[in-house]
Design a protein around this ligand. Structure first.
Ligand code: NAP
Length: 332
């Protein structure tokens, strides 16, 4: 697979593998043996960028995902970039499927978290370590300072922040250079295009999470699609309601048309569209299925012209579009 560079020097596969869904948010955790095989195949097929977090898991096993990756990717550790995240936990008192998040960006929490992640990921360093959400009670400079100490100690090599705006990035970057921001970005959620200029200025890469709008942009879902209520976030995501399926029909029709013209799939067009915008944007679609893992990887070879990107942008600005999931609530 082609590669891209995040920040000054972090080389990653042009498409990364978001691993969250193997353990969390898309129904009960997947079979460990199957996912282990899938992760090995991902390496064989050129994925070198793997995304996890300390809280991707289940009630029974809250760190399932890091444990899975640690075991499966151990043989390939020196060939891959491992990214994890710290600084939030779930509000376990909530009965919602997507439980509210409680941010905790205290330096002592960050330092304790990294040791747990290193142990579960069976490694002595993380290549990219993100603050998962900004804690409004802790000045971001303090969290960035803790990250700088982790770099100095050799426990991490690069610092990132997830769901950060320009102001936060500037403040954090002044304390410890930020290599990548990881924010939600897809054809249905484009708010963070506003921070492209500051990312360019500070040489910060953009890792795009939920790049397929949680799979919706693949055009593989319809009114008959069923999602398990207690464990699958898609059961409450606004883009998957029957009304939204109707409202988004024109957009998906257009996307399928472009896909046919380019001999690609709607998912590949969605990924190629964002990659055409900037050379430092790296989507990390997630999947449990081998065929989709290959399909998504091949999006790195789908080239859209400037004119085609403009056409897609114009379409996105003019067609009806439903609401899209914007993330779990953050508990104040
Ligand atoms: N920083 C954060 O706060 C944050 C938040 C959310 C996610 N993330 C990261 O971003 C990664 C990806 O985000 P995401 O999982 O929320 O959304 P996504 O990548 O947009 O969508 C994943 C969903 O799409 C389906 N899918 C993937 N490729 C497909 C294809 N080619 N055709 C049809 N369906 C396809 C998958 O189902 P199957 O498994 O059935 O293929 C899965 O349910 C996560 O794994 C995680 O690492 C980070």
């Amino acid at each position: 697979m082609k590669t891209r560079v995040l920040g000054k020097d972090l080389e990653v596969s042009a498409i990364g593998l978001g691993c969250m869904g193997m353990s969390h948010a898309y129904g009960p955790a997947a079979d460990k043996k199957e996912m282990t095989e899938l992760l090995c195949k991902a390496v064989e097929k050129g994925y070198t960028f793997f995304d996890t977090a300390e809280l991707y898991g289940t009630c029974e096993n809250p760190h399932d995902n890091e444990e899975l990756l640690g075991e499966a990717l151990k043989p390939y550790r020196n060939r891959i970039v491992l990214a994890s995240k710290c600084g939030i936990r779930f509000d376990e008192s909530s009965s919602e499927v997507n439980k509210p998040l409680i941010p905790d960006g205290r330096p002592e929490t960050i330092k304790a978290s990294v040791d747990g992640s290193l142990r579960r990921l069976q490694t002595d360093h993380l290549d990219l370590y993100y603050i998962h959400r900004i804690d409004p009670k802790v000045p971001v400079e303090e969290a960035a300072g803790a990250m700088k100490e982790l770099i100095d100690a050799g426990k991490i090599t690069h610092f990132g922040i997830s769901e950060a705006d320009e102001h936060t990035l500037r403040r954090a970057h002044a304390v410890c250079p930020v290599t990548a921001v990881q924010n939600r970005y897809s054809m249905m959620y484009r708010d963070y295009e506003a921070i492209f200029p500051v990312l360019e200025e500070l040489q910060i890469g953009f890792v795009a999470f939920s790049p397929l709008a949680n799979g919706f942009l693949s055009a593989q879902y319809n009114k008959e699609s069923k999602f398990e209520k207690g464990t699958d976030y898609r059961s409450v995501m606004p883009q998957f309601t029957p009304e939204a399926i109707d409202k988004n029909e024109e957009m998906l029709r257009y996307l399928k048309g472009m896909a046919d013209r380019k001999n690609a799939t709607p998912a590949q067009i969605s990924l190629a569209w964002m990659m055409a915008k900037k050379p430092w944007i790296v989507p990390i679609p997630g999947t449990r299925k081998y065929g989709r893992l290959i399909e998504n990887a091949q999006a790195a070879d789908v080239e859209l012209t400037e004119q085609e990107v403009k056409e897609l942008d114009n379409m996105l600005e003019s067609v009806p579009m439903s609401e899209v999931f914007g993330g779990s609530k953050i508990k104040k």
